[in-house]
Structures are given as structure tokens and as C-alpha cells.
Write a protein that binds this ligand. Structure first.
Ligand SMILES: Cc1cc2nc3c(=O)[nH]c(=O)nc-3n(C[C@H](O)[C@H](O)[C@H](O)COP(=O)(O)OP(=O)(O)OC[C@H]3O[C@@H](n4cnc5c(N)ncnc54)[C@H](O)[C@@H]3O)c2cc1C
Length: 342
């Protein structure tokens, strides 16, 4: 049975795993490795240490479906809506630009539930805290080394991490990337920002008429979401949860600062926007060094095949665009590239 390794348990990796399971003509052994402690990647959902039901989406907030993608990705939307994983966004987001024909969706159980849905469908062996460090060629197979644990051999590899992290990999892979591909990978650029999740005690009132708000006049804060309200979850047992996204200039300036210092600066600015907020019972500050793609790889058509025999392909939003449809497009392109090898 061919062994396939998918590196990255974000949306692209999980969808590649599910599509490979659905479309493979012969049985495959699928394995997903991610360096993080949980699934989601930039679609991560964090829980309060005091109440696992109190959650915040630290990365992607809502899914915007344009009329174009409503048609070409209809089956993906239909499936997620039928399973209750996506629901229409009905709560007000102040300052959101709404284009005619667009539909917006939220994930009531947190945006990582989309990723978990595909991981479950894939039946893959999923291992967290597995940072891939080296990829070498051994007897027509890939030998993959990770930071901890022994190396393992695979027939096919799909890399879905951001382009700079592909370029950091050591071993034979570094020499197999052609000069032209290296330049394309190096040209992928990302914004950087921080996300701060705040969890409050049950019964806390946050008295604002919106569920989310884009802020235009603050050097530090770009977006605030009352995350439970965004997802229409208001319960007497679950405290409200907030997520604050910083502006990109703030993110870039403070990229190498300590998380504690950054959190303090965000709190100071939040006090100007929402004065008198009570003390949260828990916080979670996330640095997004590679937040959203500002320049995708040129002429990559959704994927980049680095080697044919054995097969190694890269996918992810770096080859398309930074949103749900960008990841679907890339996963479909990865599948197409792999079609004759599975
Ligand atoms: C703050 C923010 C807001 C956003 N808002 C929206 C939004 O509202 N709507 C929307 O549609 N999109 C939004 N996006 C974009 C969306 O989240 C991304 O386009 C999407 O999640 C990318 O998925 P991916 O699987 O391609 O990459 P990722 O989610 O980055 O997955 C890659 C995975 O690879 C893992 N990895 C990296 N290196 C290694 C290694 N060496 N070994 C093992 N594992 C490794 C990482 O841990 C990660 O889990 C937002 C993103 C951010 C950060």
C-alpha cells in the first residue's frame, strides 16, 4: 500500500487528505504530521482553560463565498452546510465590506471544525507536535526526519506549510528545488499580525450592538469579534469570548517582541476602544508571522510539483489566495497533479 505523508493539518492539508481518500484508485495509507499541538493551522480555534465550550477563532473569522465560487465549489459548501459545520453569518459585523451576491458563513463550533471534518473523513493517522526538518531520497522513497522521533519512509509527500517553511527544509529536497521554483517560493509574501483571544466568566455582559467590528482609526487594533455572538452562541453557562486582530503594521513592528509585551500593548489600546471591559479569566495571544498571503507564487496553478519519481508536491494558500476557496482550489490542484500516481 502506498504511504502518503501530508505535512500540515490546516485546511489545505486536511482537504488533500479527504480528497485523496475519496479519489484514490487503490488503497493508500495516509499520514498527517503537524508541528502544532492541534489541528487547524491558520483556521485554529482556541478554548478557554476554564471551559472548553468557550472558544475563539484566532485566525480565519468567517467564510465569504462569491457567486463565482458558489458555483465551482458548490459541493463543498453544500456538504458543510448540510452537516451544520457552516451556517450563514447573521450577526452584524460593523465595517464589513459586503459585495453584491456574496454570502458569508460562520462555523458555529469554531472554524477548526471545518478542518476536523475533513481530517475525520480522511481516516488518516494524524500526529501532532511533529515538525518535519529534513526530506531525503532513499531507494526511490522519501525519508522524512522530524525534530523528535525516528525518520519514516513515504512514497508520496504533500507539503502544505507556508512557502518560507518549505524553503527551511533541509536534506535532498533543498537541492531538488530548481532555481526557478526557489524564486517562485521566495516571491510568496505574507502579512504578519497578532491575534489575542480573551475569555470571560459566564454572565459577563459586553454591551455593544455588534458581533464584530473593523477598526480604522487605531494603530494597533484592526478587528474585534465577540466570537460567541458572531456564531450566535449566547448562553448563561458559557462566558463571552473576544478575539482582537492587530493591524499589519503593528504586527510587523512587534514581530520579535515578547508575547507578554505585545499582549499588554493590545490591552492598552483595547481600553480606548471598549473602556471598562472586565478582566478576562484567561487569554491566548497568537503570533501570525505568516498571516495572509499578499503575493501568491506566480504561474503556479494552485500547486508546485517539486519531484515526480517519487512524487512530492506543495500546496496551500501561497499558491492561490488566502481564504477558504483558495485552499479548496489548491487541494483540487494537488489532487489533479497526483492523479496518475495514486
Ligand atoms: C488572522 C487571520 C485571519 C484570516 N481571516 C480569514 C477569513 O476571515 N476568511 C478566510 O477564508 N480566510 C482567512 N484567513 C486565511 C486562512 O486562514 C488561510 O488561507 C488558511 O487557513 C490557510 O490554510 P493552509 O492549510 O493552506 O495553511 P496553514 O493553515 O498555515 O497550515 C499549514 C500547517 O503546516 C504546519 N507546519 C508548518 N511547518 C511545518 C513543519 N515543518 N512540520 C510540520 N508541520 C508544519 C503548521 O503548523 C500548519 O498547521 C485568515 C488568516 C489569518 C492568519
Amino acid at each position: 500500500m502506498a504511504r502518503v505523508l501530508i505535512v500540515g493539518a490546516g485546511l489545505t492539508g486536511s482537504l488533500c487528505a479527504a480528497l485523496l481518500r475519496r479519489e484514490a484508485s487503490s488503497p493508500l495509507r495516509l499520514t498527517v504530521w503537524d508541528k502544532a499541538g492541534d489541528s487547524g493551522g491558520r483556521m485554529t480555534t482556541a478554548s478557554s482553560p476554564h471551559n472548553p465550550q468557550s472558544t475563539v477563532d484566532l485566525g480565519a473569522q468567517y467564510i465569504t463565498c462569491t457567486p463565482h465560487y458558489a458555483k465551482i465549489h458548490q459541493s463543498f459548501y453544500d456538504e458543510l452546510l448540510a452537516d451544520g459545520i457552516l451556517k450563514p453569518l447573521t450577526s452584524p459585523i460593523d465595517g464589513m465590506v459586503i459585495k453584491e451576491g456574496d454570502c458569508n458563513f460562520v462555523a458555529p463550533h469554531g472554524v477548526s471544525s471545518i478542518v476536523n471534518h475533513y481530517l475525520k473523513q480522511s481516516g488518516a493517522d494524524i500526529c501532532f507536535r511533529q515538525r518535519v526538518t529534513q526530506i531525503n531520497l532513499r531507494n526511490n522513497k522519501w525519508e522524512v526526519s522530524r525534530e523528535t522521533g525516528s525518520s519514516e519512509q513515504f512514497d508520496i509527500i504533500v507539503l502544505t506549510m507556508p512557502a518560507p517553511q518549505i524553503l527551511q527544509l533541509r536534506g535532498d529536497i533543498a537541492n531538488l528545488i530548481s532555481e526557478c521554483q526557489r524564486q517562485q517560493l521566495e516571491s510568496v509574501s505574507y502579512s504578519s499580525r497578532y491575534a489575542l483571544g480573551l475569555f470571560y466568566e459566564a454572565g459577563t455582559k459586553i454591551d455593544v450592538p455588534w458581533a464584530g467590528r473593523y477598526i480604522t482609526s487605531n494603530p494597533c487594533i484592526r478587528f474585534i469579534s465577540i466570537d460567541n455572538k458572531k456564531r450566535n452562541i449566547e448562553s448563561s453557562e458559557i462566558g463571552p469570548s473576544l478575539v482582537i486582530h492587530t493591524t499589519v503594521p503593528f504586527g510587523v513592528t512587534h514581530l520579535e517582541h515578547s508575547i507578554e509585551d505585545v499582549q499588554e500593548l493590545i490591552f492598552q489600546q483595547l481600553e480606548n476602544i471598549l473602556p471598562g471591559l472586565p478582566q478576562p479569566v484567561a487569554t491566548k495571544c497568537q503570533k501570525w508571522r505568516h498571516s495572509q498571503v499578499t503575493n501568491a507564487a506566480a504561474n503556479s496553478l494552485g500547486q508546485m510539483t517539486l519531484h515526480l519519481q517519487p512524487f512530492l508536491v506543495c500546496g496551500g494558500d501561497g499558491f492561490t489566495q488566502s481564504n477558504f476557496d483558495g485552499c479548496i482550489t489548491s487541494a483540487l490542484c494537488v489532487l489533479e497533479a497526483l492523479k496518475n500516481h495514486i
